[in-house]
Design a protein around this ligand. Structure first.
Ligand code: GLN
Length: 457
């Protein structure tokens, strides 16, 4: 894995052009399938850097961008046949910011179709393999962003997280990933799955690099009406944090053995207690009602007329619409459109959607209560180690993998997945949660324990 510091050191003795060529070669030969599209002009940018014409905080650093984030002139597929040939005429806010800081966008990373999934197995462009064991999944839906970092195919990456899609691949690939507070990073140019839940966030090989990337992408943007209008500048907090362990967030034996070791380490330096979150037993179903409901209305725009996949045989409008969607969307996306449409339909709205919103309020209250006592909360990010490709064929079993990550999106708080070494040669991640806009606390704590973990695990 390559950190910004290591890349900068290489840049002192080697040409950026040569380093980027090497990276592109590695991507070309790679078995991971982390990228859907590689950016052709990356080499031109590298040359610009070598001539001294590329400046900024990320000057000359190769960054991978998840393929649901719009890039002007570069195909943006969202992992779907529906957008296989879609080339956006504009950049997402975060991409504008990367470019302004001199970053080299190296490619667009593979993902679950429309970010719906936990393993990147629903991608139209094929599954992403775990760099630590090619027979296993890299996590999802930002699987390509996790795998490209662990496989030395980028230095930084952007992911998006609606119910865990940054934190899950971070955990499965042994990298650091942060889902920011809802509203901290502009969603302008992010192809929506479930607007009220999702955020774009940084992924990197160490906490420090996550901080650097977050400082670049966070901030004001009037084009996203849910943007909080605040900038982010990291402030190191040396405070002795009070850390709460969430009893309702667990994992299987392999994960819990490591998590209990983590708790012991944290107890050496911090005040630790336990906290109950009674609403969490309803969080997973509530998430899947809200997310699929929002998805069903968001995805109505793919009609085969304005952009995206189209058919030659024109028919009456209703028939054409359903033929295009039957052919353009994959199975999981269709399942969710049907689930969401059902949950929002007139007779069932009160029974499902409204109830889910009430659970959402209870989840927020549980977090509020917990943060009145603790600065930070910790839990395993994922309840299992990365599993075999194809192992979880049943959709419900797959949905259950998100049990520890979705409460965070329902509440809108920030959370980070930090690598806590390996179990059976596979990476494990610890989830660190903080109160709204308290990313600095999470990141300060993460930096401290990151060095302890590196020594011990
Ligand atoms: N696995 C969750 C889902 O499929 C979360 C996905 C995401 O965060 N985009 O909805």
């Amino acid at each position: 894995m390559i950190t910004i510091e290591e890349w900068k050191t290489k840049l002192e003795s080697e040409k950026c052009y040569d380093l980027v060529s090497e990276l592109l070669e590695r991507i070309e030969k790679s078995k991971l399938n982390a990228y859907i599209t590689v950016c052709k002009d990356a080499l031109k940018k590298a040359e610009e850097f070598d001539r001294g014409n590329l400046r900024g905080k990320l000057a000359g650093i190769p960054v991978a961008v998840k393929d649901c984030i719009s890039t002007k002139g570069v195909r943006t597929t969202c992992g779907s046949k529906m957008l296989e040939n879609y080339v956006p005429p504009f950049d997402a806010h975060v991409v504008e910011k990367l470019k302004r800081e001199g970053a080299i966008i190296i490619g667009k990373t593979n993902m679950d179709e429309f970010a719906m999934g936990t393993t990147t197995e629903t991608s139209y462009f094929g599954v992403v393999k775990n760099p630590y064991d090619l027979s296993r999944v890299a996590g999802g839906s930002s699987g390509g962003s996790g795998a490209c970092l662990a496989g030395n195919e980028a230095v930084l990456a952007l992911g998006s997280d609606t119910g865990g899609s940054i934190r899950c691949p971070a955990s499965f690939c042994g990298v650091v990933g942060l889902k920011p507070t809802y509203g901290l990073v502009s969603r302008y140019g992010l192809i929506p799955y479930a607007n009220s839940l999702e955020q774009i966030g940084p992924m990197a090989c160490c906490v420090e690099d996550v901080i650097t990337l977050l400082e670049v992408i966070a901030g004001k943007d009037r084009r996203d009406s849910t943007n909080a209008g605040v900038e982010f500048k990291f402030k190191k907090t040396d405070k002795k944090f009070r850390v709460g362990i969430i009893k309702e967030m667990g994992g299987n034996d392999e994960v819990m053995v490591r998590f209990n070791e983590v708790v012991e380490l944290v107890e050496r330096d911090f005040e630790v207690g336990e906290v109950n979150m009674p609403s969490f037993k309803y969080a997973l179903p509530a998430y899947y009602i809200i997310a699929t409901g929002e998805a069903s209305s968001n995805l109505a725009r793919y009609d085969g007329v304005r952009y995206g996949f189209a058919l030659d045989e024109l028919d009456n409008w209703a028939k054409y619409f359903s033929k295009v969607r039957a052919a353009g969307f994959g199975e999981e996306v269709k399942r969710r459109i049907m689930l969401g449409t059902y949950a929002l339909s007139a007779g069932y709205y009160g029974k499902y959607y409204l109830k889910a919103l009430k659970v959402r309020t209870l989840v927020k209250r549980d977090f509020e209560r917990a943060f009145s006592k603790y600065d930070l909360l910790i839990a395993p990010t994922m309840p299992t180690l990365p599993f075999k490709i194809g192992e979880l064929a049943d959709p419900l079993t797959m949905y259950k993998m998100d049990v520890n990550t979705v409460p965070i999106n329902l509440a809108g708080i920030p959370a980070l997945s930090l690598p806590a070494g390996f179990v059976k040669s596979l990476p494990v991640g610890i989830q660190i949660m903080g109160n709204y806009f308290e990313e600095s606390k999470i990141l300060s704590f993460a930096m401290e324990i990151e060095s302890v973990f590196k020594e011990v695990f």
